[in-house]
Design a binder for this molecule. Structure first.
Ligand code: IPD
Ligand code: CA
Ligand code: CA
Ligand code: CA
Length: 267
């Protein structure tokens, strides 16, 4: 196994076990508000600490950026770990059992290693660039849909950026006439992992952060599908506006979205 994948898996499992244990003892979970509709718990922070500890032990010189601690830097600027210790915090708080740990390693800006771990189902999604994506050791392949007919499309509502609601809902309405149905699961990292696994045919969301999509993006690509911004380009690295699916589904999603998006979202 790729040595960094080995460490990423160890860190994700440790964090996932901590999250699962705390899920059983809701009284021990302390919730704080970071902003409007934006929550964090002691479990997010503790899981993050565990992950950083595991990485620092093996790779003390690597750079680290995480959701809760921000950019921790590191001597080696070329190798950066991008971490979301608990993706789906609102689900976790509500005891809706769908959340994940997301860990990616970028080398000179390119993602090489990815892990998304769902501790409630013990599902470990992994990828190494050029070596395919796997779920618990089994090779993943994305959806083979030829167009939007019959597709299940996952999405996330822009709950932290409600100024985009109208444009977002226009896209949802337009897509809904063409696809079979939608899913809104509450963990962007798992949304991307599920596209990689072909459990959904496509996915889109506005304004994700690098830790939400860094690992999932590689899973999708290594499963033979695509990740783009809302114009078919790579602007999502800045905008966080993500579309994912096989090339035909992404093509059809983008063509429906094009007419509905405000200028602010065309990136
Ligand atoms: C959130 C989840 C959610 C998505 C949000 C993310 P967090 O991450 O991935 O599905 O809709 O945009 O911020 O805050 O639970 O790690
Ligand atoms: Ca968060
Ligand atoms: Ca997240
Ligand atoms: Ca998080």
């Amino acid at each position: 196994m790729h040595p960094m994948l080995n460490i990423a898996v160890r860190a994700a499992r440790k964090a996932g076990n901590l999250i699962a244990k705390n899920y059983e003892t809701p009284d021990a979970v302390e919730t704080n508000q970071k902003g409007t509709n934006d929550f964090v718990t002691n479990v997010d922070r503790d899981a993050e600490r565990l992950i950083i500890e595991v990485i620092r032990k093996s790779y003390p010189q690597h750079s680290i950026v995480t959701e809760e601690s921000g950019d921790l830097g590191g001597e080696d600027k070329d190798i950066q770990w991008v971490i979301d210790p608990l993706d789906g915090t609102s689900n976790f708080i509500k005891r809706f059992p769908h959340f994940s740990v997301s860990i990616a390693v970028r080398i000179k800006g390119r993602t090489e290693v990815a892990v998304v771990y769902d501790p409630m189902r013990n599902e470990l999604f992994t990828a190494v660039r050029g070596q395919g994506a796997q779920l618990n050791g089994y090779r993943l392949r994305g959806s083979t849909a030829r167009d939007l007919e019959g597709t299940i499309i996952a999405t996330g509502f822009p709950f932290k950026a409600k100024q985009h609601s109208a444009s977002y809902l226009n896209v949802v309405t337009a897509l809904f006439t063409k696809c079979a149905d939608f899913r809104r699961t509450g963990s962007a990292a798992l949304d991307l992992a599920y596209v990689a696994a072909g459990r959904t045919d496509g996915y889109f969301e506005i304004g994700l952060k690098p830790w939400d999509f860094a690992a999932g993006e590689l899973l999708v690509r290594e499963a033979g599908s695509l990740v783009t911004d809302f114009t078919g380009g790579h602007g999502y690295l800045q905008s966080g506006n993500i579309v994912a699916g096989n090339s035909r589904v992404v093509r059809d999603m983008l063509s429906v979205m094009r007419d509905q998006l405000s200028d602010a979202l065309k990136r």
